[in-house]
Design a protein. Structure first.
Length: 233
C-alpha cells in the first residue's frame, strides 16, 4: 500500500478520534477571547482600592502585639481594614488581625463583618440578598482556603463575593460571565474535575494526536495539490 494512502486512512481515523476535541479547543479559545477579563473576574463591579496614608498614631504597638499573639508570627504588617488601622500577623498556618489602637482581636470575622466587606466591595446594580458560611469546596472557590463567607447579590450577573473569615478580605468574585468562561476553560484544558491542571496525561495525549492530525493533513494537501499539480505541468 502506498504511503499517502496509509497516511490518508490514518488522518481520517485521527479526525474521528480527535475532531470533537479540536472543535472544543477552537470554541473555547473563541469564547474566552470574546469576554473582557475584568468582567470575568468581577472587578468591573468592585470598588477601586485607593492608596491609604497611615497617619494615625499606633496605640497598640508591635511589641504589645507580639506579646499577645498565641503563635509565633513570621510576618507582621500594619495595614487597614474597613477604615481601621490594624496589625496583620501571620505565619504559614495562621493569621490574626488585631486593632492597632485598642488591641482587640478582630479575626475570625463574623457574618456581619463579612457582609460589611462585601457591600463595600460591590459597586454594581444589586443588593445583598443572602449570606452563608461555605465549608466545602466547589468549582467556584477551588484553590481557596476554607471556610469562606459567600455573599449573594441580586444583580443581573448573579454575583457572588467570597470573604475570608480569617483575614476579612475578598478572596473571589464570581458571576454568570465567569461561570460560562470557566465552563469553556474546563473543556479547553480537559480537566473535568479540578478545572486547574493543564499538564495532565489526557490533555497531553489529545494535543499530540491533534498535532499528528494537523501534520498528516498538511502532508495530504501538499501531496494531492502541489505535487500533483507539479507532475501535471
Amino acid at each position: 500500500m502506498k504511503p499517502h494512502i496509509v497516511i490518508r486512512k490514518f488522518h481520517r481515523w485521527l479526525g474521528l478520534l480527535i475532531g470533537v476535541q479540536v472543535v472544543l479547543w477552537l470554541a473555547g479559545g473563541l469564547v474566552m477571547s470574546f469576554f473582557d477579563i475584568d468582567q470575568v473576574r468581577g472587578s468591573h463591579n468592585s470598588v477601586k482600592v485607593q492608596p491609604v496614608a497611615i497617619e494615625q498614631k499606633v496605640s497598640f504597638d508591635s511589641s504589645k502585639l507580639i506579646a499577645s499573639l498565641p503563635f509565633t508570627a513570621t510576618k507582621i504588617e500594619l495595614t487597614h481594614w474597613q477604615d481601621r488601622l490594624v496589625w496583620r500577623a501571620s505565619n504559614k498556618q495562621q493569621v490574626q488581625i488585631v486593632d492597632a489602637q485598642s488591641g482587640d482581636v478582630l479575626s475570625p470575622f463574623n457574618q456581619v463583618s463579612a457582609e460589611l466587606v462585601a457591600n463595600r466591595d460591590f459597586s454594581g446594580n444589586g443588593q445583598l440578598v443572602a449570606s452563608q458560611l461555605i465549608e466545602q469546596s466547589s468549582y467556584e472557590i477551588r484553590g481557596r482556603e476554607l471556610p469562606l463567607w459567600q455573599m449573594q447579590f441580586d444583580d443581573a450577573d448573579n454575583t457572588r463575593i467570597y470573604v475570608s473569615p480569617a483575614t476579612g478580605e475578598v478572596v473571589a468574585r464570581r458571576n454568570d460571565t465567569w461561570r460560562l468562561f470557566d465552563f469553556f476553560w474546563m473543556l479547553h484544558i480537559m480537566d473535568y474535575q479540578e478545572r486547574d491542571d493543564f499538564n495532565h496525561p489526557l490533555l497531553i495525549i489529545a494535543a499530540l494526536l491533534g498535532l499528528l492530525f494537523s501534520l498528516t493533513g498538511v502532508y495530504l494537501v501538499v501531496k494531492t495539490v502541489f505535487l500533483k499539480r507539479k507532475l501535471n505541468v
